[in-house]
Write a protein that binds this ligand. Sequence first.
Ligand code: PXP
Length: 247
Amino acid sequence: MKLGVNIDHIATLRNARGGEFPSPLHAAFTVLEAGAFNVTCHLREDRRHIKDNDIRLISEQTKRLNLEMAANDEIISIALEVIPRSITLVPEKRQELTTEGGLNVVLDIEKYKKINDKFRSKGINVSAFIEPEELQIEAAKKAEFNFIEIHTGKYAQYLDPLKRYEELTRIKKAAEFALNIGLKVNAGHGLNYENTRDIAEIAGIYELNIGYSIVAHAVFTGLDNAVKEMLDIIKTAGLINNCGKLK
Ligand code: PXP
C-alpha cells in the first residue's frame, strides 16, 4: 500500500508571510525522499493555499503530482496543461475548511465521463473522491474513472467505537465491491497516527492520502531540531568571526 502526502498546509504556512518559505516544492522532494509515492495538492478555486505555480513546479520536477480539484472549467484547463500523474476530483465549497463530503457521481455520470475522456487521453489517471456507497462506486465505473478514493472522514470523526467499527466495515465492503468491478481503490481524509492502522489493513487498497496529521506531527518531530540549530547559531555567534574562523 502506497502513501500520498497532501502538502497543502505547507502552502498555508508559506502564505501566512506572503513569501517563498516554506516551499511546497521543497516539501514535495522531502516527502518523496522519505518514501511517499505521490505528492497531493489541492488547487482550490479560491487558491487559499496551493497556487498555480506550485502545481506546475511540483508536476514538472517530481512527476509525482496527484492533483485534487473540483470539476471546474478553469481548473480543468490548468490540469490539462500541467499534466499531473493523477487527478482526484472532489466536491468543493467556498466556505468549507476542508473537503466535506464525497462527489455525487450518480447525478452527473455523463459530465464526468466527458471530463475523464480528456484526462485519460493525456495519460492521466482519474480518481473520484466518494463515500463508501455501492451506487457511487458503480457510477464512478460508468463514468470511466480508473480509481476511486474512499472518503474516510466519517470513520475518522466517530469517537463512539461501535459507530467507528460500522463505518470501517462499510469502507471494507466498498473497497471489495470496487475492486471486484475493476476499479483501483485509494482512501483518505482525516487519517492520523491513531486511526490509520485499521484502514491500512484493508486488503487491496492501493494508496492512502494523508495530509493534515503528517504536517501537524512534523511540527513536533521537527521543532526540537529547529530550536537546537538556532541555538547553535546564537551560541557560536560570539566565537566565530565573519570568515567562519574562531575568534
Ligand atoms: N483526500 C482528499 C480527497 C482530500 O480532499 C484530502 C484533504 O485535502 C485528503 C485526502 C487528506 O485529508 P487530511 O488532510 O485530513 O489527511
